[in-house]
Design a protein around this ligand. Structure first.
Ligand code: MN
Ligand code: MN
Length: 306
């Protein structure tokens, strides 16, 4: 029994354990996966509040610890995967560039050490420094599966810290292979010019069904390696009210979770879960969805041994 397992689910955060009750320590030496919180909301365009996302997701995650083998998986995750929660990136409030530098350095450090990142946002802008670190480490542009209500490809000044234009700039920086990337759940107007991503919009998900989405996603990204970014507003506000820019007509968790599980077998580089703003949440609905997506991603990584 691990130390965390000796505590009931509701006492994990109070006793200073991290995501899913994993050890909370800056030094992740020997671990397979590093969980990283990014308490940042300076890039938001609507309602702020995602600086509280990491803590909200960690708190909700404590209640996901009771299953030894999370349904429908048939093994115990932590018998295969050593996961450490490294806590939050530290930067002076208001200093966006300091966040960018600290996050990029942290991701690079984990990659060099052979650890995969699971990043808890923060607003979606944080994905840009993560992609930069991964692309530089690998020496090639990254393929991406992107869940969102928005394409986040607004053409803005590249100096802006903004959560709506990362995927306009990333392909132009040469760090994102947009032709081999796919955006799932889109249901807002976007910059259609020079938009090489495959878009599977929310209505296509609803009409076509989960299996068709999985097949198309896998066709677009090929055999990977691939990065996953999950903006929680991909989910319908019924499943994720606690976010800055909710959009009606989104995915349910009963669609999003099997689509994520449908990435099984791909070479996954890492994942972020962004835009959780607990101040607009009710009954931890949004944080629970985010924590569950993170748990499923860890199972995906662990299942690569199968
Ligand atoms: Mn969004
Ligand atoms: Mn987004």
């Amino acid at each position: 029994m691990s130390e965390a397992d000796a505590f009931p689910t509701y006492s994990i955060v109070g006793n200073n354990f991290g995501f899913l009750g994993r050890p909370l320590r800056a030094d992740a030496q020997g671990a397979d996966v590093a969980v990283i919180g990014v308490p940042y909301d300076m890039g938001t365009s609507g309602r702020a509040g995602t600086r509280h996302g990491p803590q909200g997701i960690r708190a909700a995650s404590s209640n996901l610890r009771w299953e030894e083998r999370r349904w429908p998986w048939r093994f115990n995750l932590f018998e295969r995967l050593d996961v450490v929660d490294c806590g939050d990136i530290v930067f002076p409030p208001g200093e966006s560039q300091a966040m960018v530098d600290a996050l990029e350095a942290a991701i690079t450090g984990h990659l060099v050490a052979g650890r995969k990142p699971l990043v808890l946002g923060g607003d979606h802008f944080i994905t840009l420094p993560i992609l930069r670190a991964i692309a530089r480490h690998r020496g090639q542009a990254v393929r991406m599966v992107h869940f969102d209500a928005h394409t986040d490809n607004e053409a803005t000044d590249e100096t802006r810290y903004y959560h709506g234009s990362m995927f306009y700039h990333a392909p132009r920086e040469g760090i994102l292979d947009a032709e081999s990337s796919v955006q799932v759940g889109i249901r807002t107007e976007y910059n259609y010019e020079n938009h090489p991503f495959t878009v599977i919009d929310a209505e296509q998900v609803a009409r076509g069904g989960v299996d068709a989405v999985i097949a198309e996603v896998r066709e677009v990204v090929g055999n990977g390696p691939v990065y996953v970014t999950f903006d929680i507003d991909c989910l319908d506000p019924a499943f994720a009210p606690g976010t800055g820019t909710p959009v009606a007509g989104g995915l349910g968790t009963a669609q999003a979770l099997p689509i994520l599980r449908g990435l099984k077998g791909l070479d996954l580089l890492g994942m972020d879960i962004v835009e959780v703003a607990p101040c607009y949440d009710h009954a931890e609905i949004t944080s629970l969805a985010a924590a569950t997506l993170g748990l499923e991603f860890l199972y995906l990584l662990a299942s690569q041994e199968d």
